[in-house]
Ligand binder design. Structure first.
Ligand SMILES: [Zn+2]
Length: 71
């Protein structure tokens, strides 16, 4: 069962994409959610916008946001 559903799409969470970006990274940061999902490639900082259904199909796995660092 996939853990990818719209509830897991949280701003600040990281998404592992099914397709590897041309820069070689498949890790994207979710920067906006809603009817359209905005993602930023963590390899090259390229930003993409996908509609929700497309985003859910393109994401392999969602990593929960990291806890804020206490340093
Ligand atoms: Zn990239």
């Amino acid at each position: 069962m996939s853990n990818v559903n719209s509830k897991n799409l949280i701003s600040g969470a990281k998404a592992v994409m099914k397709k590897i970006h041309p820069c070689g990274s498949n890790l994207f940061l979710i920067t906006r959610t809603g009817a359209d999902v905005k993602l930023k490639c963590l390899g090259c900082n390229h930003k993409i916008m996908l509609d929700l259904q497309k985003a859910l199909k393109s994401i392999k796995k969602i990593l929960p946001p990291e806890p804020p660092s206490m340093t």
